[in-house]
Design a protein around this ligand. Structure first.
Ligand code: FAD
Length: 483
């Protein structure tokens, strides 16, 4: 008989959290600290969602999305997790660009970018200053319809080299394009520019394990290998509201659900169209998911070393930056995340993770034979590209493997295997959810802004506070009714 992954759980919880991405984990932690009884259900055998890792023969550990995040993570982790976790966040100083237009090394902060833009790119200092100041003043609530491409044309007309310097890393970080609203670039770019790029020393495995310990300490019931199949609703007082979930075939009742599953999955698959107004369903259907990713994982044989060529190396053979080219099946634009031994102190190994943006449709339409062949091509092209910087690297590699948008879909169940949630319009649907269906909340990558490690953690906190408020008001009215 199959093992019962829900063995020992109770029949009712205050909140059921669907999914253990950073948004779900953080939401669960905040809610538990507020005194609520929380059950977190994850379909995968590991917690973390996209903030995850895997191990392979030969002693390799590969991180999926630990390439870098803004300094704001230190404050968010300290406040909503622990000082112990926050103190392992360290700066990555070696960011390198190598493309036909320019080669440069940077600490990826405002001071260094200002210097490079003025001295190397010969942009007027006042223009650079005005650009940074205006970006910093961008507000999430502004209704500015300008696109990132239009904004670049306003500050740096005819300068596709400057556009590339500014846009390429952000396109890798949040999947945004030149056609997305300027705010999706501005907020994320400004966050990075404030103090550069940071990482978690110890690796994603240590981070997520520490988070799991914290969750258990705060009383969260954590279950892996559990898929939520349905969100249950009932009409009460003439209105539909959330009353529970079906998970691994079992009904569990609750007062609220916090879904960390993709917003389209949450509305259209888990809750179902019948629970929303036709207008809202149309809005949810119209939400465009963001693009996806491919990765190549290269494990370096024990005892071998690699020279320091930078921590994050953005490379491309494209003559100029193009959002479309960046996502093409055979793109030449790739980021090398170099993991030296200091990623995991005490562990003497090197790994290289190559990331490429990708379109789900390109990979989903391939036959099994074509799919296998394209993965092989991806691996081979990545090694050839790395050999330009480390000529003898091929002989040092003893593990190579590729992941595609289909891999992401398989492990996270995300709609069209998206790595970065949804385009801008997804944020409104996510925020309107509890108004449409009381008791249902969503936190996770939406609107490009609320994506990436920092965005999803902060969104998890915002939504957890809304749930706390809603449940506390409900509890107060129940108490009032009984006295
Ligand atoms: C290749 C790649 C590189 C990236 N690099 C960076 C980076 O360097 N820096 C950065 O800040 N961000 C990066 N990101 C983005 C970042 O990882 C994500 O934005 C963030 O981790 C998403 O968190 P989330 O809360 O939205 O949930 P996700 O991580 O998307 O997790 C959702 C979870 O819900 C679970 N789930 C879904 N449906 C169900 C169900 N029905 N039942 C049970 N469980 C369910 C899934 O299994 C998953 O665990 C990268 C992403 C990718 C793919």
């Amino acid at each position: 008989m199959a093992y019962d992954w829900l063995k020992g759980i109770e029949d009712h919880y205050d909140i059921v959290v669907i999914g253990s991405g950073l948004g779900g984990l953080t939401g669960a932690n905040v809610l538990a600290k507020c005194g609520h009884k929380v059950l977190l259900l994850e379909h995968h055998y590991q917690l973390g969602g996209l903030a995850t890792w895997f191990t392979r023969k030969g002693g390799h550990i590969f991180d999926i999305s630990l390439h870098g995040f803004p300094i704001g993570m230190i404050k968010s982790i300290r406040k909503y997790w622990s000082q112990d976790i926050a103190q392992s966040i360290v700066q990555l100083k070696g960011v390198r660009f190598i493309n036909p237009q320019f080669q440069l090394d940077t600490t990826f902060d405002r001071e260094d970018f200002t210097r490079q833009l003025v001295e190397k790119f010969k942009v007027a200092a006042e223009t650079v200053e005005r650009f940074f100041t205006d970006l910093r003043a961008m507000n999430f609530y502004d209704h500015n319809t300008e696109t990132t491409g239009q904004m670049f044309a306003r500050y740096f007309p005819g300068r596709d080299d400057v556009q590339r310097l500014l846009m390429e890393p952000i396109a890798y970080a949040n999947g945004s394009t030149l056609d997305d609203p300027a705010i999706t670039f501005g907020i994320v770019f400004s966050n990075f520019m404030s103090k550069g790029v940071y990482t978690f020393q110890g690796g994603s495995d240590v981070l997520i394990k520490k988070m799991a310990i914290e969750l258990k300490k705060n009383g969260v019931e954590l279950r892996k290998h559990v898929t939520v199949e349905k969100i249950l609703t009932e009409a009460r007082g003439g209105r539909k509201q959330v009353v529970g979930v079906i998970a691994n075939g079992r009904a569990i009742t609750c007062d609220a659900v916090l879904s960390n599953s993709n917003i389209k999955n949450t509305v259209l698959r888990l809750a179902g169209e019948e629970n929303f107004s036709p207008d809202f369903v149309a809005q949810a259907k119209a939400v465009r998911v963001n693009n996806s990713s491919c990765q190549v994982y290269l494990g370096i044989r024990k005892g071998e070393t690699l020279p320091h060529i930078g921590d994050l190396v953005f490379t491309s053979d494209e003559p100029v930056f193009s959002s479309e080219k960046l996502m093409e099946l055979r793109t030449t634009s790739r980021t090398f995340s170099m993991y030296y031994p200091d990623t995991r102190p005490g562990f003497d190994r090197y790994t290289v993770v190559v990331s490429l943006n990708a379109k789900y449709e390109d990979w989903n339409q391939l036959s099994p034979e074509q799919y296998a062949a394209e993965k092989e091509r991806l691996i081979e092209e990545s090694i050839v590209a790395l050999e330009r910087h480390i000529p003898d690297v091929r002989g040092k590699i003893d593990w190579k493997e590729a992941a595609t948008p289909r891999t992401i879909e398989y492990y996270t169940r995300h709609w069209a295997g998206t790595s970065f949630g949804t385009k801008f319009e997804g944020l409104k649907v996510s925020m309107d959810l509890p108004v449409q269906l009381p008791g249902l909340f969503h936190a996770g990558s939406v609107g490009i802004i609320m994506s990436g490690w920092l965005g999803t953690i902060n969104y998890g906190v915002i939504v957890a506070n809304q749930i706390d408020k809603a449940l506390s008001a409900k509890k107060r009215s129940t108490v009032a009714a009984t006295i």
